[in-house]
Write a protein that binds this ligand. Structure first.
Ligand SMILES: Nc1nc2c(ncn2[C@@H]2O[C@H](COP(=O)(O)OP(=O)(O)O)[C@@H](O)[C@H]2O)c(=O)[nH]1
Ligand SMILES: [Mg+2]
Length: 202
């Protein structure tokens, strides 16, 4: 159960991230895929993470604490979106470095959630990033977003096609979740997944 959630701090580098031992989960994906919206829906706080219709707004590592002070507390992170085309090359490179350093050096990171738009086929940038995670043994789950924008059959067909694309170069698929920040679809499953990992650690 997510009872409370609060903003902790923003940081520009993993070494400036809060020094806590809470199990941590981070949301990542392309700009505008719905990272902040899903965090808000999960935590039942519509204004916790800043959302925007304009992509490329989050340039910091934003830290949140769930159930602060309780035995079942954990940390949630909203990472900057990758591959924002309109950002300059230097900014894209800096963000890439920030993201990679966080993934590689954040010891308490239990799992990343890689968010992808349920309406789109596998995008090269997501494929490359997930391959990079695999090569570096960084655990992650795949989260399809904006499921409400598709009809039931279309959604099922898209997800199936997406998984088949992944299966072309992976032997094993990561855990997957189908979500909507609009309707709350998949949020209970995501929360339960996190709690199960936390129980395994605690
Ligand atoms: N219909 C629908 N729109 C969504 C959903 N999630 C996000 N959006 C919209 O997509 C845009 C980008 O969302 P945001 O959470 O800021 O994306 P971020 O850049 O990945 O953090 C906003 O206009 C949101 O309202 C969803 O599940 N359903
Ligand atoms: Mg955002």
């Amino acid at each position: 159960m997510i009872r409370t959630a609060q903003f902790t701090i923003s940081s520009t580098d993993v070494l400036r991230s809060p020094q806590t031992s809470l199990p941590e989960y981070a949301f990542i994906g392309r700009s505008n895929v719905g990272k902040s919206s899903l965090i808000n829906r999960l935590t039942h706080q519509p204004k916790l993470a800043k959302t925007s219709q304009k992509p490329g707004k989050t340039l910091l590592i934003n830290h949140f604490t769930v159930n602060a002070g309780a035995a079942d507390a954990w940390a949630l992170v909203d990472l900057p979106g990758y591959g924002f085309a309109q950002a300059g090359k230097a900014q894209r490179e800096a963000l890439k470095k920030m993201i990679e350093r966080y993934c590689l050096l954040r010891d308490q990171l239990c799992s990343l959630f890689v968010l992808v738009d349920a309406r789109l086929p596998l995008q090269a940038i997501d494929r490359d990033f997930m391959n990079w995670l695999g090569e570096n043994s960084i655990p992650f789950a795949l989260v399809f977003t904006k499921a409400d924008k598709l009809g039931k059959e279309r959604l099922a067909a898209n997800i199936e096609a997406y998984k088949q694309q992944l299966a072309e170069f992976w032997e094993e698929l990561p855990p997957t979740f189908i979500t909507s920040a609009e309707t709350g679809l998949g949020c209970d499953e995501l929360t339960k997944y996190i709690e199960k990992i936390n129980e395994g650690i605690g």
